[in-house]
Ligand binder design. Structure first.
Ligand SMILES: Cc1ncc(COP(=O)(O)O)c(C=O)c1O
Length: 380
């Protein structure tokens, strides 16, 4: 079904009526969407390549979005303030410690603009989420990539050496859990560095997937924001809240740091619909539990299959994992796309690994059937 037809077929009114189908759920709209890398999939294809939440937004958030359409002609001053107040209360911090962004991507951009001073070093793991590298042409920082250690954790010793050795300002990007590996770096080790770090080292803790984490060795770097001006925590509504398409994230920091950051936010950046959905979803226990439960069911299906097929996998604390695939990755991905599953992309230097996002358990069952078939044919 083409996008136009999908809209005509009343998908949007289905949402309004609160039908069981979810906005981003399962397969229907996917075939109508532009695909990455020019690959086309048969109808019913499933996106396992962008770490999205297959459940879509919560029913209450859908209703709130539809209601917010009546405010589309109004600037969102009050709604913006209301969400900031709600998030601040939820985290038990002051409103002045929060900066909203159009996705955490905007907060990461603001952070690079605000804290990667000219000729500063930006120190990051390799591989990790690349967004902070996008601004090399406009911000003149020196990028230093430090390979993950043998446990696929951030190599904090080498990162520290890279950040502190020059004596110049450094922005340290910590993605915990890390994308694309889905592994965590123990927070006690990060805390030890933060406690001891000089003021010119600024920590950017990207916690996009923290709500999925079960491993007790990881916790939020938020514990530092009262005491330290050089820590910024970044969070998103895109993952566990299922709002990737609405674009909403936020940064949390010391009030002085948040004020510096907000100088780089565009005016009235968050739209009415995203604010409404965020307000209706934030800390919604049922939504969080359902997302976690669905994710762990999907994860177990995948892990069992990978083990059965003898394909090495990394431990995951997120809504995706990395596993080995033998043979040429691009060929594997193209064949998977033809079979209806859009998976991974290249994450150098881990070029014989595939990053797989979890969709609904039934979709992962179908994916696993295909993977078994591929393995039998020597395609994986
Ligand atoms: C670690 C990490 N940070 C940030 C983002 C950006 O998320 P958004 O801009 O949708 O909040 C992603 C998206 O995949 C991510 O994996």
């Amino acid at each position: 079904m083409r996008r136009r037809d999908f809209i005509r077929a009343g998908a949007f009114s289905g949402i309004a009526a609160g039908t069981a189908g979810t906005l981003a759920g399962s397969a229907q709209p996917l075939a109508a969407m532009p695909l990455w890398g020019g690959r086309r999939m048969p109808d019913g294809g499933v996106r396992l390549n962008a770490n999205e939440n297959p459940l879509g937004i919560a029913p209450a958030a859908k209703e709130a979005v539809l209601e917010a359409m009546t405010l589309a002609n109004r600037y969102p001053f009050e709604q913006h303030a209301a969400l900031v107040a709600k998030v601040a209360a939820g985290h038990e911090i002051a409103e002045g410690q929060i900066v909203l962004g159009t996705g955490s991507a905007e907060v990461l951009q603001m952070a690079v603009q605000a804290f990667a001073a000219p000729r500063a070093r930006l120190v990051m793991a390799d591989p990790t989420y690349e967004a902070v590298t996008n601004y090399q042409r406009t911000e003149s920082y020196e990028l230093v990539k430090v390979p993950l250690n043998a446990n696929y954790e951030h190599d904090l010793g080498r990162m520290r050496e890279a950040a502190e050795s020059s004596g110049r300002p450094a922005l340290v990007y910590l993605c915990n859990p890390n994308n694309p590996t889905a592994t965590i770096t123990p927070s006690a080790d990060i805390d030890a560095w933060i406690a001891d770090a000089p003021e010119h080292v600024f920590f950017l803790s990207d916690e996009a997937y923290i709500e999925y984490v079960e491993d007790k060795r990881m916790w939020s770097a938020m514990r530092w924001i009262e005491e330290k001006r050089n820590v910024l925590v970044v969070k998103t509504f895109s993952k566990i809240y299922g709002m990737a398409g609405l674009r909403l994230g936020y940064g949390i920091a010391h009030p002085d740091t948040a004020a510096r950051l907000s100088d780089f936010a565009s005016r009235n950046n968050i739209n009415q619909l995203a604010l409404a959905a965020g307000n209706a979803s934030f800390r919604d226990k049922a939504l969080l539990e359902k997302s976690r439960k669905t994710n762990s069911q999907a994860r177990m299906i995948v892990e069992t299959t990978l083990d059965e097929l003898g394909l090495e996998r990394l431990p995951t604390q997120t809504n995706f994992l990395m596993h080995r695939v033998s043979g040429d990755q691009a060929t594997y991905r193209n064949r998977m796309a033809e079979a209806g599953f859009l998976v991974g992309r290249d994450f150098p230097p881990m070029l014989d690994w595939s990053r797989l996002s979890f969709a609904l358990p039934e979709d992962m069952e179908r994916f696993c059937e295909t993977l078994r078939d591929f393995r039998a044919k020597g395609w994986a």
